[in-house]
Design a protein around this ligand. Structure first.
Ligand SMILES: Nc1ncnc2c1ncn2[C@@H]1O[C@H](COP(=O)(O)OP(=O)(O)OP(=O)(O)O)[C@@H](O)[C@H]1O
Ligand SMILES: N[C@@H](CCO)C(=O)O
Length: 304
């Protein structure tokens, strides 16, 4: 057993799918949670945040997965979380929780896990790799799987510079990913599949080449957004308003409820205002954030 008693990780939130890149594309964003894992006997005060272990089924499931996967004998811990990633808004909050717990526990128990191992285990827990790859590795990520999205085979990571602004607007209500996956169709017709391949290829080409202006009008998703956006009042209008105000393109962030428009810095203020107005017109309060990509991913902030 290591002599460490407390480890703190910083984990960025993420936007996923990026249009039609369902379960495949993700991007870490400059919005963070910090997760503190401490041995129970070393428990500090609650100034960092309250211990969530007893209250959070997700935390307990993640801790159990760590001990099972590592083969290390379980020990008692406390888990504290603080930060700015809103829960159940399509910004990968669940991965910040799972990633922070696993990253900190792996240090605390000297499990020798690298970031690829963290992505593998989080992907198994989440059932898909898109948010996990982005938040742990940073940047824009393309995750490879064959048939089973819970089993990630490889990840390509691409740095995105901060000239690309990510205007994220989150309406006041939560959408649970598990529920939002339930509204999706069982099959798609051939024309929809072809159009989705075209859209997602254009997004990947623009982001990989750094020619962000070729994102213009790139996202035309008919795989998941139409089914989900109709349950988010103002969501489709917010993306359309952002495009009219000068954004290159826009998408439903993850499974929602946040929507995102990508633009150059000169348009960011007007794009955000237009997007927020669309939610106001739909009768919803919203929070707007002008973000960039995070190219670092999970970081260990301190080990004591
Ligand atoms: N700060 C937090 N503290 C405790 N639990 C959290 C926290 N943030 C998220 N969670 C857990 O994660 C759940 C939300 O996960 P979910 O996958 O539904 O949405 P998301 O990860 O925010 O969005 P998406 O997967 O679409 O990007 C919450 O219901 C809660 O169980
Ligand atoms: N690819 C996932 C991301 C949200 O967790 C989905 O759209 O359901």
């Amino acid at each position: 057993m290591s002599s460490l008693s407390r480890v703190i990780c910083k984990v960025p939130g993420s936007t996923s799918n990026c249009g039609s890149g369902f379960d495949t594309l993700g991007m870490a964003v400059s919005l963070y949670n910090e997760i503190c894992v401490e041995k129970a006997e070393a428990a500090g005060d609650d100034s960092f945040g309250p211990d969530i272990f007893a209250k959070s089924e997700m935390a307990r499931e993640t801790v159990a997965a760590f001990f099972e996967e590592s083969g290390i004998a379980p020990f008692d811990i406390n888990i504290r979380i603080r930060g700015d990633v809103p829960q159940a808004r399509g910004l990968g909050s669940s991965v910040t929780v799972r990633g922070g717990i696993l990253g900190a526990l792996a240090e605390l128990a000297e499990a020798g896990w690298d970031k690829e191992k963290l992505v593998e285990v989080i992907t198994k827990l989440e059932g898909h790799p898109d948010n996990a790859s982005a938040s742990i590795l940073g940047g824009f990520t393309v995750s490879r799987f064959v048939n089973d999205p819970a089993k990630v085979e490889a990840v390509t990571q691409i740095e995105i510079d901060d000239s690309l602004r990510l205007i994220v607007v989150s309406p006041e209500f939560e959408v649970l990913t598990s529920a939002s996956r339930g509204v999706l169709p069982k099959s798609l017709d051939f024309a929809t599949a072809v159009s989705s391949i075209n859209s997602v290829s254009c997004v990947v080409a623009a982001l990989a080449s750094g020619q962000y202006e070729s994102l213009a009008d790139a996202v035309h998703d008919s795989m998941h957004e139409p089914y989900r956006l109709k349950n988010i009042p103002g969501g489709a209008s917010a993306i359309a308003a952002g495009l009219s105000a000068g954004a290159y393109t826009g998408w439903l962030s993850g499974s929602g409820s946040s929507v995102l428009c990508a633009c150059s810095a000169e348009f960011s203020a007007q794009v955000m205002q237009a997007m927020r107005n669309a939610f106001t017109e739909a009768g919803l309060e919203s929070v707007g954030r002008d973000l960039s990509a995070d190219n670092t991913g999970l970081q260990i902030l301190s080990c004591e």
